[in-house]
Design a protein around this ligand. Structure first.
Ligand SMILES: Cc1cc2nc3c(=O)[nH]c(=O)nc-3n(C[C@H](O)[C@H](O)[C@H](O)COP(=O)(O)OP(=O)(O)OC[C@H]3O[C@@H](n4cnc5c(N)ncnc54)[C@H](O)[C@@H]3O)c2cc1C
Length: 481
C-alpha cells in the first residue's frame, strides 16, 4: 500500500510544533500537513513536567508566540498555564485536527530520486510509514523516556523515596517530610521553595553554585501598556522591551564578567542578610552566562531560606545511607525523600535516524546552516531555541524562514533546498558554548557550527531577525534544485 503523503510533516506537538503549524498554515495555506507526536497530548515539556511549582524561567512575553499575546497577568507563568496556552493555540487555529498522537518517529529517509522523505513511526499497532516533501523537526532537545541521574554510591540502601523531577508521582505526599533536592539548576531552584511551603525542611544539595537572580513575577510596565494599548501592540512592545533588556544584560555580563559577578552576589547578599555565606553557596566557579542563570521569582527561594524552611548545602555526595545522604565532608543529611534534580539527557532530532539516499547521516560531523538546517541534508528544518533568551523567539523565526524557503522552492519549481558548504576548510566549533554539565555530557552528539556565516549560530534575536526574516534567500550555500 502506498504511504500516505503530505507536503509537510511536523514532528512534535510541543510549543514548537504547534507554532510551526500556525506559521505554515497561515503563510502557505495550500500546503497539506500533519503533526506526528510520540505522546498522547499537546504541550511537550509543559505537559510532561509536573513537579511542584513547575514554571517558566523566562518571561512569557518572549516565551509566548509572536502571533498570540500571552493572556496571563504573570510574566513568569506556571506549567499548567503554559500548557493551556499551547493547547488553546492549537484549538483556536484548527491545528489539533492535524495531530496524530502515539506516533514516535524513529527514522527519516530522503530519496533524491523522488524528492521526498519517508518517515517511519512506531505506533501501538506497529510501524507506519508516511512521506512528505519537507520535514520540520520540533522534537525539543532532551530524551523523554528518561532524565539524567548519575550513579550514587549506596543508592539501593536508602529506605525512603527517590524521585526524578521528569517523572513526578501525582500522589506524592511530602507534607512534614525531610526532603533533599540534589542539584542547583532551574529545576532545583523551582522545587525547593515550593516544597518548603509544606515539607518539614528542604535542603538543596549542590556540588557547586549557580547564579540566581530575583525578579518580580509580574511585569508592571507590561500591565500598564495593556491598559493603554490594544493587546497585540502592548504585547509586541513588551516583547521587544524584554528582548533588548535581555540582550543588554547578556552582553554586559560577557564583557564585564567580574563586575557582573560582584553585582549578582551582592544582590543575593542583600536578600539573605550580611551573615549568610553567599561566597560558598551563590558564587559560582564560572563566569555569568557561561551557563543559564536561575530565576528566583519574587525572591521565593531566598524567603524560604531566611525563614529556615529551606537551606543550601554545598558539598559532594559520598554515599546514600539508609536514612539519607553522607557527604564527603562527613556531614549527614537525613531525608525521607530525595529528589534528583540532576538534569536532562540531551538528544538531537528526538533520536531519529536520518539517512539521505540510503546513506546514514552522521549529524555530529555536519555543520548547521543558520542553526536550523544541516549540511547536505535537503528539505529538513529543526527547531532549537536560544540558550540566552526564550526558546520561542528562535522558534518563530525558524518557522518563518522555513516557510520562505518552501515558498521560494515553489516559485523556482525546485524540489529541494540543500545547505552546501563551499569552503571545505571552514573550521567546525561546538554547537553550544555553554559549560553546563548537561551540555558538556552530550555536545558530541550534536552537529557543529562553523566559524562564519551562514554556518554560525547567532544566539542573538536582533541579528536573527535581520538574517531570517529579512535576509536574502538566494545564498549560494543553499542550493535549490
Ligand atoms: C522544566 C523545563 C523548563 C523550561 N523552561 C523554559 C523557559 O522558561 N524558557 C525557555 O525559553 N525554555 C525553557 N525550557 C526549554 C523548553 O523545552 C522550551 O522552552 C520549549 O518548551 C521547547 O518546546 P519544543 O516544542 O521545541 O520541545 P518540547 O517541549 O520538548 O516538545 C517536543 C515534542 O516532540 C515530541 N517528540 C520528541 N521526539 C519525538 C519523536 N521521535 N517522534 C515523535 N514525537 C517526538 C515530544 O513528545 C514532545 O511532545 C524549559 C525546559 C524544561 C525541561
Amino acid at each position: 500500500m502506498a504511504a500516505e503523503h503530505f507536503d509537510v510533516l511536523i514532528v512534535g506537538a510541543g510549543l514548537s510544533g504547534i507554532g510551526a503549524a500556525y506559521h505554515l498554515q497561515s503563510k502557505l495555506p495550500q500546503k497539506t500537513y500533519a503533526i506526528l507526536e510520540g505522546r498522547h497530548g499537546i504541550g511537550g515539556t509543559w505537559d510532561l513536567f509536573r513537579y511542584p511549582g513547575i514554571r517558566s524561567d523566562s518571561d512569557m512575553y518572549t516565551l509566548g508566540y509572536s502571533f498570540k499575546p500571552w493572556p496571563g497577568a504573570k510574566a513568569i507563568a506556571d506549567g499548567p498555564s503554559i500548557r493551556t496556552y499551547v493547547r488553546e493555540t492549537a484549538a483556536e487555529n484548527g491545528i489539533d485536527k492535524h495531530i496524530r498522537y502515539g506516533h514516535r518517529i524513529v527514522a527519516a529517509d530522503w530519496s533524491g530520486k523522488d524528492a521526498r522523505w519517508t518517515v517511519t513511526a512506531e505506533t501501538q499497532s506497529g510501524r507506519v510509514r508516511l512521506t512528505c516533501n519537507f520535514l520540520m523537526m520540533c522534537t525539543g532537545y532532551y530524551r523523554y523516556e528518561a532524565g539524567y541521574t548519575p550513579e550514587f554510591r549506596g543508592r539501593e540502601k536508602f529506605k525512603g523515596t527517590v524521585i526524578h523531577p521528569q517523572f513526578w508521582p501525582e500522589d506524592l505526599d511530602y507534607s512534614n517530610k525531610r526532603v533533599v533536592v540534589i542539584g542547583s539548576g532551574a529545576t532545583a531552584v523551582t522545587i525547593v521553595p515550593e516544597m518548603a511551603k509544606t515539607a518539614k525542611h528542604v535542603t538543596m544539595l549542590q556540588r557547586s553554585p549557580t547564579y540566581c537572580v530575583s525578579r518580580p513575577s509580574e511585569d508592571k510596565i507590561a500591565q500598564r501598556l495593556r491598559k493603554m494599548l490594544p493587546a497585540k501592540w502592548a504585547y509586541g512592545l513588551t516583547r521587544w522591551k524584554n528582548v533588548l533588556l535581555q540582550m543588554y544584560f547578556y552582553g554586559r555580563a560577557r564583557k564585564r564578567p567580574q563586575a557582573t559577578r560582584e553585582l549578582l552576589t551582592k544582590m543575593v547578599q542583600q536578600e539573605l542578610g550580611p551573615d549568610y555565606d553567599v561566597g560558598t553557596h551563590f558564587n559560582p566557579r564560572y563566569n555569568p552566562w557561561e551557563q543559564r542563570m536561575c530565576l528566583v521569582p519574587d525572591s521565593d527561594l531566598f524567603k524560604e531560606i531566611k525563614s529556615g524552611h529551606a537551606s543550601v548545602v554545598t558539598d559532594t555526595i559520598d554515599t546514600f545511607t539508609e536514612t539519607g545522604i553522607r557527604l564527603t565532608s562527613g556531614n549527614e543529611l537525613p531525608a525521607d525523600i530525595i529528589v534528583t534534580a540532576t538534569g536532562l539527557d540531551l538528544v538531537f532530532l528526538g533520536g531519529t535516524e536520518v539517512s539521505v539516499d540510503g546513506k546514514r547521516v552522521e549529524l555530529p560531523k555536519l555543520l548547521t546552516y543558520k542553526g536550523m538546517m544541516y549540511q547536505g541534508v535537503p528539505n529538513l528544518v529543526s527547531i532549537f531555541g536560544y540558550t540566552n533568551a526564550s526558546w520561542t523567539l528562535k522558534c518563530d523565526l525558524t518557522c518563518e524562514y522555513a516557510c520562505r524557503v518552501m515558498a521560494r522552492m515553489d516559485k523556482l519549481g525546485a524540489k529541494s533546498a540543500t545547505p552546501t558548504v563551499s569552503d571545505a576548510a571552514i573550521k567546525q566549533v561546538p554547537w553550544l558554548d555553554f559549560s553546563s554539565g548537561y551540555v558538556q555530557r552530550s555536545i558530541d552528539r550534536f552537529p557543529k557550527q562553523g566559524e562564519a556565516k551562514p554556518w554560525r549560530l547567532n544566539q542573538n534575536y536582533a541579528l536573527d531577525v535581520l538574517m531570517l526574516r529579512y535576509g536574502k534567500l538566494n545564498d549560494p550555500e543553499l542550493v535549490f534544485s
